[in-house]
Design a protein around this ligand. Sequence first.
Ligand SMILES: [Zn+2]
Length: 414
Amino acid sequence: MPFKELSMFKKITLFFILFASFVVTSYAANGRFTLVIDAGHGGHDAGAIGAISKEKDINLNIALAFGRYVEQNLPDVDVIYTRKKDVFIPLHQRADIANKAKADLFISVHTNSLPPGHYAKGFQVYTLGMHRAKDNLDVAMRENSVISMEKGYQQTYQGFDPKSSESYIMFEFMQNANMGKSVELARLIQNSVCSSAGRIDKGVHQAGFLVLRESYMPSCLIELGFITSPDEEEFLNSPEGIDAMAKGIYNAFVKYKNIYDTHIVVPYRADKKNIAVSRVIPSVPVDSPRPVPTQTVPRSTKKSSTRKVIKSVANSQTSLDVPDNIPLFKVQIFAVNQQLRAGCAQFRGHTDIDCIQDGSLYKYTIGASTDYNEIARLREKLRKDFPQAFVIALKGGKRIDTNQAISEFLKNKK
Ligand SMILES: [Zn+2]
């Protein structure tokens, strides 16, 4: 029927426009990274039921353990939980929490299950999109079916019927600006958890999850394992299992954030090509004994190179002459919300440290070079003192995407 088709098309178009406009405006403006962790189900919605446990409890334990790792190790990340207790939260409210917080990332944690007579094992991460296989549609249908526990869900979700495959056709249209980041996040979590927690790799997939559709930021939904598989259920309920899963997700999150967190903006004067980097304030008079500087910044050995090699900031150089179109790499060792004194314990004996102030946050870095390889090697050396150290890139004084900077570096090298 042409009329029906037209109205459906209009609905989808309108939805897509609304969706796209939210994507553009939802970026966090406070300079901090906001992570929303969503433990699936809760309260009278138990989720899938196993032999010894319920999905809602597995999800919550692992979501909280993951969040604790972030809170303890990444001071520039605000963690928001959609629930920290055994309470029922409607699906749309979970997404609302993330949207209102202008979150940078939304991670939903669930546990898979199969009907009696079926058996499967393994770990999966989903992003929003059109399912390619019936299995994936089944997972989305089961997870979405919880909306029928919400009063007036037909209105809330615009007539979406979680059990009708026709409702899922619209997910074909769900291409959006966040898709690349979401898929990368899913891939990182999939690899990290499968290798560190020894899970069977069931791969990264797409399906029409309502909770992801309603969230306007990069997102993914994790299926930790099958509660209907006795050994997986036991693992996901054991302290070691909970910790291994949480650590695997956390490590992937760190990698994701290192690639995509571009919140740093260093002070930049457009009339000069210098990058101003403030030094750490000395805590002791200059004639007092100072710790011996450790040689952590490698020097370029290729003296004949025509490429410009930046001198290490270890030589008390506070500004570096870098052309605006060349990326500059540095190692960020950590970020804190107060300025630290030189020689304080957090610097672990390193004195060649620079500070980039970003709003209320002080981001401490070591090294500076236009040669990515130098900085990557430096990062490896620094990892024993600063396990969370990662490479950042600046261009024209502004933080840019590190991957983009690396590809520019490789191009310039040719
Ligand atoms: Zn679930």
